[in-house]
Design a protein around this ligand. Structure first.
Ligand SMILES: [Zn+2]
Length: 69
């Protein structure tokens, strides 16, 4: 199982009603969903935050992209 987690959720995340933790059978599925969520988070959120995808062993995380903020 691969989990998809979102760190550093701001108010926009709660308002968008995205799920903060999901599980998938494969990393490909997790990455596909992460990319969909990333698009929403980077395009529809308040614009004060930029996010990026980080892959770890059995976890795909969406974290705030500090360098581009
Ligand atoms: Zn925000």
């Amino acid at each position: 199982m691969v989990s998809l987690e979102v760190e550093k959720r701001c108010g926009c995340f709660t308002r968008a009603r995205l799920e903060e933790s999901l599980r998938f059978d494969t990393k490909e599925q997790a990455l596909k969903k992460a990319k969909e969520m990333l698009m929403i988070m980077n395009n529809d959120f308040c614009g004060k935050h930029k996010f990026k995808i980080v892959e770890e062993n059995d976890t795909v995380k969406i974290v705030e992209d500090e360098e581009n903020n």
